[in-house]
Every structure is written in structure tokens, then in C-alpha cells.
Design a protein around this ligand. Structure first.
Ligand code: NDP
Length: 305
């Protein structure tokens, strides 16, 4: 069993910031990141990041590289590609796949969020075969083609505008009769001739042979199924927190986000949570980085000492 002052679970902006600050404050910290590389959501952000004060970057991975270079100047143990099998939060211990045990005086949970899935037939089978990962990154793929976007928030409508600039036709399918997206996105989309809204409709299936060639949507009022021939699909129905490892051990809200105090403490002594997994109201790089610093300072000054 190895021992650290702080185990940081998750290597996105929050986790990297927490690690940096732990090292600044003399705490021995380890980051455990499930993916092969650190960065979290930054690696899935393909557009400009202009709202992180002090650094503007062309894409998330660029900002991640800047963060990482700075963290690597510090005495931090960074382990990637690590699967945690069980987290024993009361004992502040994690067991990795393979049996290795790691114990911390404190634990900072920074596991972030993942994109919500539709859970309809075809969603897994057509990944990479017409189901797009990113509107910004994949816009050239849809030039002159027909696309359907699912969702009614900012992400769905913003992507409709991005893809609408290149595609022949963009359908936005939303389950209710009104969007939650910001007004200017809706107005801009309404003004574009090639964007059509399909409201009060649920996705039933993504269909095709080798590649997506259409979607089936069900009208929630009449129950009728409409087949829309399309070449590509983009799902933007929000995100959900990565909290499965901690379920039943720690206080969460109804949506599964970890509940924290202003000092990032959870309802378990020694367990902190930061970034998107604990902050549904401000899922920003700025907030995650700030909470990373907060949690490390609280641990260094109030908890361990
Ligand atoms: P949101 O949570 O804002 O919206 C999710 C949308 O998906 C809602 O319309 C919701 O419908 C719908 N939805 C949820 N679950 C399902 C389901 N199972 N089937 C069908 N539809 C579903 O998520 P976004 O990804 O749009 O945005 C996330 C955050 O990122 C927000 O804070 C947003 O403001 C921000 N953002 C900001 C941007 C910008 O500033 N440029 C761009 C993109 C995102 P319902 O309303 O019925 O629940």
C-alpha cells in the first residue's frame, strides 16, 4: 500500500490545478486518471477557448498542454490509464484494477462529467460512422449533407449554427416545444433557411447499413413516427456526473452531482470534490481551476495540519 497526503481522482483542469496547488503547499499528491492522458473535457473541446483569463488557446488540448507543462515542474505523481476498481471513501483508500491499494490523508474527487447518451438503437453501432463527436471539428464532414442534432440547450443550437454554415440541411430535434438555449442562438437559427426545428419529438432510433442514413423520431403529441433521411447525427443533450465509484458513500443531489460546501468539503471528513462533478452551476475551466486551489489550501491549512 502506498500513502500520500492527497489522492486526486481525475486529471482534468480541476485535478491538475489541485495537484499544482498541493505541491505548492508541500503536500505529497498523486493524480489518478482513468484515460491514457490527462485533460478531461479539454481534450474534447475543439473550438477556441477565449474565456480562460490570462491564456487564449485555439483548442482544449493546447490549454491542457500549458497546464500540464506547469504541473510537471512540480513534485506530483501523475498516473494515467489507471482504473480504480473500488473507492473506500470513509477509509480514504482506493483499490486499483489489479489489486494495488493507495491511501490518502485526504481525497479530492475531480472526476468531471461525461456527455449524456440517448440510449437508442444505433447510437453505439454508428459511432464514427455518421455520429459526430464535435460540430466544430467535424463541420467539413457535413459540407453539402443533411444533419440532425438532438437537444434543446445552448450546445444543440450553437452546433446547429456551426453545422448550418456548411450543411445542406440541419434538423434540430427536441423533446419539448420550447428550447432552453439562449435567445440569440435560437433567433440566429430561426433566421437560417436550412435549419428546421422538429419539436415535441423523441429520438427513437438511428438507422443505416454501414453508415447512418436516417433517424426515426416519434411525435410526443400524436405518437406518429417520422423518418428523416440524414447523413450525420450530433447528440447534444447535456452532461452527467462521473460519480458511479462513490455512489451511496457521499452526499449528492438528485442529478448525482456531489454536494460540497464553499470550501469544497463533502459530507465526509477528508473528502473534497471540485470542478464539474461538484459544480453543475458553473461547469467552467475557471471554476474547476479555482476549486482545485481552494481544496488544496483547505487541506494544507485546516485539515492535515
Ligand atoms: P443542457 O443541459 O443545457 O441542455 C440539455 C438539453 O438536452 C435540453 O434541451 C434537454 O431537454 C435535452 N435532453 C436532456 N436529456 C435528454 C434525453 N434523454 N433525450 C432528449 N433530450 C434530452 O446541455 P447543453 O449540452 O446544451 O449545455 C451544457 C452547458 O454548457 C450549459 O450550461 C450551456 O449553457 C453551456 N454551453 C454554453 C455554450 C456557449 O456559451 N457558447 C455552448 C454550449 C454549451 P429538456 O429541456 O426537456 O430537459
Amino acid at each position: 500500500m502506498s500513502n500520500y497526503d492527497v489522492i486526486i481522482i481525475g486529471g482534468g483542469p480541476g485535478g491538475l490545478s489541485a495537484a499544482f496547488w498541493c505541491a505548492e503547499l508541500g503536500l505529497k499528491a498523486i493524480i489518478l486518471e482513468r484515460e491514457a492522458v490527462t485533460g478531461g473535457q479539454l481534450l474534447r473541446t475543439f473550438g477556441d477557448i477565449k474565456n480562460y483569463l490570462g491564456v487564449a488557446s485555439a483548442r482544449g488540448s493546447e490549454l491542457r498542454d500549458i497546464f500540464l507543462r506547469q504541473v510537471e515542474t512540480k513534485d506530483v505523481v501523475l498516473r494515467t490509464g489507471v482504473e480504480i476498481e473500488t473507492a473506500y471513501l470513509v477509509e480514504r483508500k482506493v483499490v486499483l484494477a489489479g489489486g494495488e491499494e493507495i491511501r490518502g490523508e485526504s481525497v479530492i474527487i475531480a472526476t468531471g462529467v461525461r456527455r449524456r447518451k440517448l440510449n437508442v438503437p444505433g447510437e453505439d453501432a454508428f459511432r464514427g460512422k455518421g455520429i459526430l463527436e464535435s460540430g466544430v471539428r467535424d463541420q467539413d464532414q457535413v459540407a453539402g449533407k443533411r444533419v440532425v442534432i438532438v437537444g434543446g440547450g445552448d450546445a444543440a443550437l450553437e452546433n446547429a449554427l456551426i453545422l448550418g454554415a456548411k450543411a445542406e440541411k440541419v434538423f434540430v430535434v427536441h423533446r419539448r416545444d420550447e428550447f432552453t438555449a439562449r435567445k440569440e442562438f435560437i433567433e440566429q437559427a430561426e433566421a437560417m433557411d436550412n435549419i428546421e426545428f422538429v419539436l415535441s419529438s423523441n429520438f427513437a432510433a438511428i438507422v443505416g447499413n454501414e453508415h447512418v442514413d436516417g433517424v426515426d423520431v416519434r411525435d410526443n403529441t400524436t405518437g406518429a413516427t417520422l423518418h428523416i433521411p440524414v447523413d450525420a447525427v450530433l447528440v447534444r443533450i447535456g452532461v452527467e456526473p462521473n460519480t458511479e465509484l462513490f455512489r451511496g458513500q457521499i452526499g449528492t443531489d438528485k442529478a448525482g452531482y456531489i454536494c460540497i460546501e464553499a470550501n469544497c468539503a463533502t459530507d465526509l471528513i477528508g473528502i473534497f470534490a471540485i470542478g464539474d462533478v461538484a459544480n453543475p452551476l458553473s461547469q467552467t475551466i475557471n471554476s474547476a481551476a479555482g476549486q482545485g486551489a481552494t481544496s488544496a489550501k483547505i487541506i494544507a491549512y485546516n485539515f492535515i495540519k
